[in-house]
Design a binder for this molecule. Structure first.
Ligand code: IFM
Length: 440
């Protein structure tokens, strides 16, 4: 790699990220059903109808995976806790095996000198809560606060940091407006409610953890650089609307106590009554913000109803996801987040990485494209730091090839190749390159 640990400020944290449903093997250890299980079992939703029942079998292979993390010279590991593993019905009875698993995970990290960075929710909602309306139901904020108390009551004394909800845009918009993730709804009223309730749940979880005396609490949002597809005023309007829904709604809610006008223009009629009264809770003080960044989109106008935005194919080189590689976008979001929203709070890049057509050849995976991608994005992080943005860490997505949601196991994001027949792990060239770059 072109960059190394020495190019970053002292104390800068390097990590790798995963999530529970994508790696653990949800079929093990008494976890309850989730809306991803039923979404995946419904024809047409997921490539080959694959689900997370086995995934990488991290549930049983966790010590080996933690050894690989440590051997790559990372400082910190970002994992998520599965609500349905801890509370199989979403509320009520606790699954002791589930709590024990996260207890072992946290201890296993500490034993290896790695900092545990927990994310409370990364998308697998317990089915009994989905039956009650899931993110459309305002009560989810209380259910989530209760889950927070249970899981943090067990591991909160040893985790280094805790984030609430990974990528609220995906939880709300991708899943309730675009219908591409569970529960697969395409309904503007459902989306408006989810857009608000996901933030209310975030705020309630932060309040709960503060009440427990926990520190280093943060929020993690995802961002896509929205560029107008051409020089027309219509494209500029469409891109600004896309930007408001995707990139500004959540930060505005949390750090300004308001939602962007370009998004409210379409969502207002569908918002839950009295939403304005929730803004103080949504604005509960956090200690840091996490940015997940992968790509940019070219946006033009669309003939349909609001938001009337259409993605236009762009000219830049693309990853296996078909996502354009645009490292400058990471710099843009770091500087904007600092200048307009977080104003001095530490920022972490909590996810960045690429899907690549990786192939195992004679026991090695030569993924130079991923090395180049990481190098280019880390260079933009350095640029932002040099300009005074308080960036405090960077996490690669992902440690392992894993379940890429509606794309099943087809897309490989890992630094470590996983053979999904044998579950054998093989560190890729990018893993070895990073291990050298991060050597202390
Ligand atoms: O795999 C996902 C992850 O679950 C959330 N952020 C984006 C990744 C790649 O699509």
């Amino acid at each position: 790699m072109n960059v190394s640990r020495a190019d970053f400020p002292k104390g800068f944290q390097f990590g790798a990220a995963t999530s529970s449903y994508q790696i653990e093997g949800h079929g093990f250890g008494g976890a309850g059903q989730t809306h991803w299980d039923s979404f995946a079992a419904t024809p047409g939703n997921v490539v080959r109808a694959e689900n997370g029942a086995v995934a990488c079998d991290h549930y049983h292979r966790m010590p080996q995976d933690l050894d690989l993390l440590a051997a790559a010279n990372f400082d910190v590991y970002r994992f998520s806790t599965s609500w349905a593993r801890v509370l199989p019905e979403g509320r009520g009875a606790v699954n002791p095996e589930g709590l024990d698993f996260y207890d072992r995970l946290v201890d296993g990290l500490l034993e290896r000198g790695l900092k545990p960075a927990a994310t409370l929710y990364h998308w697998e909602l317990p089915s009994p809560l989905a039956d009650l309306g899931g993110w459309r139901n305002r009560d989810i904020a209380g259910w989530f606060a209760d889950f927070t108390e249970v899981i943090m009551g067990r591991i909160g004394d040893r985790v280094w940091s805790t984030a609430t909800i990974n990528e609220p845009w995906c939880v709300a918009w991708l899943s309730h407006f675009l219908g591409l993730h569970a529960p697969g709804l395409r309904d503007i009223r459902a989306a408006a409610r989810a857009m608000h309730h996901v933030l209310l749940a975030h705020g309630r979880a932060i309040e709960t953890m503060r009440g427990m005396g926990l520190t280093n609490l943060g929020a993690v949002c995802n961002f896509e650089y929205a560029a107008p597809a051409d020089a027309s005023p219509a494209a500029a309007t469409a891109a600004a609307r896309y930007d408001a829904i995707y990139n500004r709604w959540f930060l505005s809610g949390m750090f300004k106590g308001e939602y962007p006008a370009e998004a409210l223009e379409g969502l207002m009629p569908h918002m839950p009554t009295g939403w304005q009264d929730d803004m103080p809770t949504i604005g509960a003080k956090v200690d840091w913000a996490g940015l997940n960044y992968y790509t940019r989109k070219l946006i033009g106008p669309d003939a349909g109803p609001w938001p009337a935005c259409a993605e236009v194919p762009g000219p830049l080189p693309k990853t296996e996801m078909g996502w354009e590689i645009y490292p400058e976008g990471l710099h843009a979001f770091l500087t904007r987040t600092h200048a307009e929203y977080t104003r001095g709070l530490p920022l972490y890049i909590t996810e960045n990485g690429m899907a690549n057509a990786d192939v195992l050849v004679n026991g090695a995976v030569p993924d130079q494209a991923r090395i180049d991608y990481l190098d280019a994005h880390l260079a933009q992080v350095r640029r932002a730091i040099a300009e005074g943005v308080p960036v405090a860490g960077y996490f690669v997505w992902s440690l392992l090839d894993n379940y890429e949601w509606s794309l099943g196991y087809e897309k490989r994001f890992g630094l470590i190749h996983v053979d999904f027949e044998t579950l054998r792990r093989t560190p890729k060239a990018s893993y070895h390159a990073l291990a050298r770059a991060l050597a202390r």
